[in-house]
Design a protein around this ligand. Sequence first.
Ligand code: C5P
Length: 233
Amino acid sequence: MHGTDTSRLMVALDVPTREDAIELAGKTGEYVAHFKVGSRLFTAEGPSLVRDLKTAGYGVFLDLKFHDIPNTVAEAATVATSLGVDFFDVHAAGGPVMMKAAVDASREEAARLNTTPPKVLAITVLTSMSSTVEEVLALAERARDAGAHGIVSSAWEARAIRKALGDDFLIVTPGIRPAWAAKNDQERVATPEVAIANGADYIVVGRPIRNAEDPGQAARLIHQAMTPAELVR
Ligand code: C5P
């Protein structure tokens, strides 16, 4: 069985090869809402891996952080939509016209294919960099006004964003470190529980699961920590 309706866990498939990705997905899929395919894996394995993950029944967040002139981003958004991904992202710093171009293009392609359009997330500030809440809030508001479905931001800003932008705006938070995991290069880390309490809809976890001795167990523990007791299987 893949994922659950109740899972808020996105796992970053930051691995070098298709085999590693399929293996990690197989070990953790039961607890995962979406697998995040980022630039490393996508550059190595390309769209066929994304199609294979979708065919296997997994949710996919295509994390290529599009940031270019609006026309180029719109064309990339069209292709991402045709791949059937559930989420993709763009840099909020690319500006409102670029973000709107991505949202419009994915809607049009989904209508043409008679499918559900992917959710477009805007990257505010990378969690490895420092920023102010004001900066992140301003970017989040621009993203919302441009039609983005949500944002990627650190758990530290999630509460302020939730308060300012309301319940309909998705918040996806990387930079997650359970108490038992190493911080690595992430600056503004939070535990899964704190991220959810701060208003995150989904958390993105990479190394704490990928580098764990037992990735399936790590995914299970993180899923459990975020899920109300009555929903834990
Ligand atoms: O290994 P770790 O849990 O730090 O992985 C976090 C993942 O989230 C990485 O794939 C990274 O590229 C991504 N990410 C991030 N900060 C953002 C957006 C995405 O760390 N603002």
